[in-house]
Design a protein around this ligand. Structure first.
Ligand code: ADP
Length: 255
C-alpha cells in the first residue's frame, strides 16, 4: 500500500486571462508508514500539491491514489483515513474549550469511547494537553495551539497525517515535544506522515525520505542519506541552500 501521485498538474487563473503554473507534472510514491519531508522554497508548489493530496483542490491533470482509493469515487473513505494540520489554519473552534472541539471530532468521526480515552491519555502524556484542555484556542500560545491541533487531527486514528510547518514559531522545548510525539505516533501506529517544513532540524530528526520541489517540478525524491552522499556532505542546510541556488540559476538562464 502506498500513496501514488502521478503527473500532477495545477494552474491558477490570474487576472487578465493570465495563468500561473503552480505544479508541473510531478510524480512520486510514498510508501505507507514513512515520514516524508516535503520541501522547497517559497512558491515552489508545496501547498498546492498538499491541497490536491487532501482533496481541497482538484488537479487539472494527473492522479492521486491513496491506498488504492481516489477522490472521484472514494472521497469519504480518504477523508476518514487522513488527518491534516495546516500551521496557519486551525481546525479547532476559536472560542470554545479545546476539549469540546475534540469531543466534536470524536462524534464526527464516530470514535469509540475507549479509543478516545486511550488517545487522550497518549496526547496528555507527551503533549501535556491536560494543562490547557479547558481553554479556548484564542487564549493559547502558538505551541499549545499546535499541540491541540495535532490532537484533533489524530483523535480518530488516521492512517495518513499531513503536517504543514508544525514547529514554526514554537519554542525549543515545545518543538522537541512535538517532534517526539510525531515520532511516537509514526512508530506505534505506522501512521504515514507528510511534513512540509523550512526547519532543517525537523527533517534531520524526523524524515527518512525527502521530496524536494522547485517551481512546480520535482527536484529530488529519495532518502536523506542518499541526498547527503550525492552532495558529499552531512550538512543538510548547506545541501538545501545549494539546491535552491541551483534552481535560481536555472531560472536566470531561462529568463
Ligand atoms: P509553496 O507552498 O511551496 O510556497 P504554493 O503552492 O503556495 O507554494 O504556490 C505555488 C505558486 O502558485 C506560487 O507562485 C504562488 O504565487 C501561486 N499561487 C498559490 N496559490 C494561488 C492562488 N490561489 N491563486 C493564484 N496563484 C496562486
Amino acid at each position: 500500500m502506498s500513496i501514488e501521485v502521478k503527473d500532477l498538474t495545477k494552474t491558477y487563473n490570474l487576472k487578465h486571462h493570465q495563468k500561473k503554473l503552480a505544479v508541473d507534472n510531478i510524480s512520486f510514491t510514498i510508501p505507507i508508514g514513512e515520514i516524508v519531508g516535503f520541501i522547497g522554497p517559497n512558491g515552489a508548489g508545496k501547498s498546492t500539491t498538499i491541497k490536491m493530496m487532501t482533496g481541497i483542490l482538484t488537479p487539472d491533470k494527473g492522479s492521486i491514489s491513496i491506498d488504492g482509493l481516489n477522490f472521484k469515487t472514494n472521497r469519504k473513505e480518504i477523508m476518514l483515513k487522513t488527518g491534516v494540520v495546516f500551521g496557519q489554519k486551525s481546525v479547532l473552534c476559536w472560542d470554545i474549550p479545546v476539549i469540546d472541539s475534540l469531543k466534536l471530532f470524536k462524534d464526527m468521526y464516530r470514535v469509540p469511547n475507549d479509543i478516545f480515552k486511550e488517545n487522550m491519555d497518549i496526547f496528555s502524556d507527551i503533549l501535556g494537553l491536560e494543562g490547557f484542555l479547558r481553554q479556548p484556542p484564542r487564549l493559547l500560545s502558538l505551541g499549545q495551539r499546535m499541540k491541540a491541533d495535532l490532537a484533533a487531527s489524530l483523535i480518530y486514528n488516521p492512517d495518513i497525517l499531513f503536517l504543514d510547518e508544525p514547529t514554526i514559531g514554537i519554542d525549543v522545548l515545545s518543538k522537541e515535544r512535538i517532534r517526539q510525539f510525531i515520532r511516537r505516533i509514526n512508530k506505534e501506529r505506522h501512521t504515514t506522515i507528510i511534513l512540509t517544513t523550512h526547519d532543517v532540524s525537523d527533517i534531520e530528526s524526523l524524515c527518512e525520505k525527502m521530496i524536494i520541489i522547485d517551481k512546480g517540478t520535482l527536484i529530488y525524491d529519495g532518502t536523506l542519506p542518499q541526498l547527503k552522499s550525492i552532495y558529499r556532505t552531512t550538512d543538510l542546510e548547506e545541501i538545501i541552500k545549494k539546491i535552491y541556488l541551483e534552481g535560481e540559476e536555472r531560472n536566470a538562464k531561462i529568463c
